[in-house]
Design a protein around this ligand. Structure first.
Ligand SMILES: NC(=O)c1ccc[n+]([C@@H]2O[C@H](COP(=O)([O-])OP(=O)(O)OC[C@H]3O[C@@H](n4cnc5c(N)ncnc54)[C@H](OP(=O)(O)O)[C@@H]3O)[C@@H](O)[C@H]2O)c1
Length: 241
């Protein structure tokens, strides 16, 4: 599932060389459309063995420059779409006594980075929901996991708001195949959380010892270089303009 039908069809054709594959174009920020498409997919194929809720997008700009609509859409795509997808498949997985729900969150859930207020909050909501679902469904046969990727070389950074950060991030890029391998490893050995690269788990340790130190580290890594010269931004209330 994704919006761009042409890219989806190309991917479906590639995957179709290995196994039956189906594409369902949908805008995840539109709950009615999502509901209709998910019901169609469930009618066509039944309850899936695995749900990977991966679609998402970020915005890189200070809080004062997020509009109210930015906050709403970030939540719709990065959080609510997972709520609706999980709601649609979970009853069938529980009834069958097997299934695996995997959400793709972000390493930004460990400590909010500069410029990610809407995105980071939505990913924290996703992580928290999956943790709670895991607590509620222990012994049901359904596994729950979330992946916290670091910086991955994808179109994510092509979003115009990332123009000031893109170059800074290049040196930490990992290839997207690492995330696909992570999904496979979770299917073989279910775990609640997977950080990719794994050494980012040190952030948990650092945050436990000194949240202030972790904050300073993440802030310095995520702030655009120009911003350090520009100084603090004027705060405003988010509006739709
Ligand atoms: N790249 C990173 O460094 C990084 C780091 C941490 C977490 N993540 C997370 O990893 C996941 C995958 O992102 P990516 O890095 O692969 O970025 P990407 O290349 O931009 O892919 C995002 C995917 O989400 C789909 N999508 C976005 N908005 C959508 C919408 N409204 N409705 C339906 N589909 C939508 C896109 O397809 P269409 O545009 O065709 O709809 C695309 O397939 C996201 O959840 C992202 O937040 C990425």
């Amino acid at each position: 599932m994704a919006r761009r039908a042409d890219r989806l069809e190309a991917l479906r054709a590639t995957l179709g060389q290995h196994a039956p594959s189906f594409a369902y174009p949908v805008d995840l920020s539109n709950p009615d459309h999502l509901h209709e498409v998910v019901q169609r997919a469930l009618r066509d194929h039944g309850v899936p063995d695995v749900l990977v809720s991966n679609a998402g997008y970020g915005l890189y700009r200070p809080f004062a420059e997020h509009t109210a609509q930015d906050h709403r859409t970030l939540m719709e795509v990065n959080y609510f779409a997972s709520v609706w997808l999980i709601s649609a498949v979970l009853p069938g997985m529980i009834e069958r006594g097997s299934g695996h729900v995997i959400g793709v969150a972000s390493i930004s859930t460990k400590m909010g980075p500069w410029g990610h207020t809407g995105y980071s909050a939505a990913k924290c909501a996703l992580v928290s929901m999956i943790q709670t679902l895991a607590a509620e469904h222990t012994g049901s046969g359904v596994d729950f996991s979330y992946i916290n990727p670091g910086v991955v070389r994808t179109d994510y950074f092509e979003q115009p708001s990332f123009s000031t950060l893109r170059d800074q991030m290049r040196k930490r890029w990992i290839e997207p195949e690492r995330i696909a391998e992570g999904v496979l490893s979770l299917l073989k050995r279910p775990r609640l959380e997977l950080c990719i690269p794994r050494h980012y788990r040190v952030l948990d340790w650092l945050g436990a010892i000194s949240p202030a130190l972790l904050h300073r580290l993440v802030r310095s890594q995520s702030r655009p270089k120009a911003e350090s010269r520009r100084g603090p931004l004027k705060r405003t209330t988010p509006t739709d303009t």
